[in-house]
Design a binder for this molecule. Structure first.
Ligand SMILES: [Zn+2]
Length: 368
């Protein structure tokens, strides 16, 4: 485990049992040790190309007002953009505002993979953990992503004080837009950007989980000082309150890309859990049928094996205060006593497989 000080995020812990969870992908402008300023003049790291100015203060103010947890990025989007999917070509920008970023110009696939492992993946795993913990506690999380935008773009003034970005799930965005207008704000509907970005943070954690969500963009001249940022963020709270009230109790609901459905497909958490459990049972049945597939090969290829699955089962049971012995839990996966499976199906590992295993090519697995 990384020590907390190395984590690529900071956390404002929840102080009340709210379903709201705030994320701020572009909160920070730090760079990990060893990367200097990515070859840029230090002053450039204080500009919008490096992070969303004022967004961190705005996020903390709103999360604080709700007693909600907030996950805030520590590192600059110039290092890696957390609001992009791992497969997005703009994940690591070689150019920004038409200028070369020297420290990124030579970033090859291996370097991008390193940055994903160091920053992108731990950040999104943390967001996913926060969501999972709320679901385990019987809540349907509501995600609010906070960003900020520049007052002008290519010489044009942007009239909106706040932008509401959304993709296919209108549940929170529509009433929020209406409430902002009612409270006298000039609010952009999918302005200054579109919220329909495949693989971005709201797609990954909101859309794909069927969770209500919205992305709020705030104009940076309204966030010019920390005090101003806090005050402006809090001025949006009555509209967000009204939107949450209009939406009603949050529920899991999927909005298919091609359905253009207003209501989405409702799915209660029990049904979602049953579907996930069905996938687990099918995986286990598959592994039982494919007794020719060796654990060491699974470990070498994917960093987990039947024993890991059994151990994850035991750990999940422990979270429900159910104590299982190690072999008991592993038997769920093997379909028999693990020793018996080993006697029947485990083959002598090849020298090559053993060498690879010994070389530690087993990221993600443990206890072997
Ligand atoms: Zn942003």
């Amino acid at each position: 485990m990384q020590p907390m000080s190395d984590a690529p995020y900071t956390i404002r812990p929840a102080s009340s049992p709210t379903a709201l969870l705030f994320v701020c992908d572009h909160a920070g402008n730090a760079l990990p040790e060893g990367y200097g300023t990515l070859g840029l003049e230090p002053a450039r790291l204080e500009e919008h190309i490096a992070y969303d100015i004022g967004a961190s203060e705005a996020t903390l103010a709103l999360a604080g007002a709700y007693g909600a947890e907030a996950v805030l990025a520590r590192y600059s989007r110039l290092f890696i953009d957390l609001n992009r999917g791992e497969d997005d070509p703009t994940l690591v920008m070689r150019l920004s505002d038409g200028r070369i970023i020297p420290g990124n110009a030579a970033a090859d696939a291996a370097e991008i993979a390193r940055r994903i492992a160091q920053v992108h993946r731990p950040y999104h795993t943390r967001v996913a953990d926060s969501i999972a913990r709320r679901i385990t506690a019987g809540m349907v999380p509501v995600l609010v992503s906070v960003h900020s935008f520049t007052p002008t773009w290519k010489g044009r003034e942007r009239p909106w004080q706040v932008g509401v970005l959304w993709d296919r799930d209108p549940r929170l965005a529509r009433p929020f837009l209406a409430a902002l207008a009612a409270h006298g704000f000039i609010a952009g509907d999918n302005e200054p950007y579109s919220g329909a970005l495949h693989g971005d943070t709201m797609w990954r954690h909101g859309t794909m989980n069927g969770l209500p969500h919205v992305l709020v963009e705030m104009r940076q001249d309204l966030l010019a000082t920390p005090e101003a940022a806090r005050a402006f963020a809090l001025s949006l709270k009555p509209a967000l309150d009204a939107a949450l009230a209009a939406m009603g109790p949050p529920e899991v609901r999927f909005f298919a890309a091609d359905l253009n459905s207003e209501k989405g497909i409702p799915m209660d958490v029990t049904t979602q859990t049953e579907i996930e459990a069905a996938v687990f049972r099918r995986l286990v049945a598959h592994l039982q049928a494919r007794s020719d597939v060796q654990n060491i090969d699974l470990m070498n290829l994917a960093g987990f094996c039947r024993n890991c699955l059994g151990d994850w089962y035991r750990e999940a049971a422990a979270e429900k205060a159910i104590t299982l012995a190690k072999d008991e839990a592993r038997s769920v996966v093997y379909g028999m006593d693990p020793a018996e499976w080993k006697r029947r199906y485990q083959k002598d590992a090849s020298a090559e497989a053993l060498a690879k295993f010994a070389a530690g090519n087993t990221s993600g697995g443990k206890g072997h």
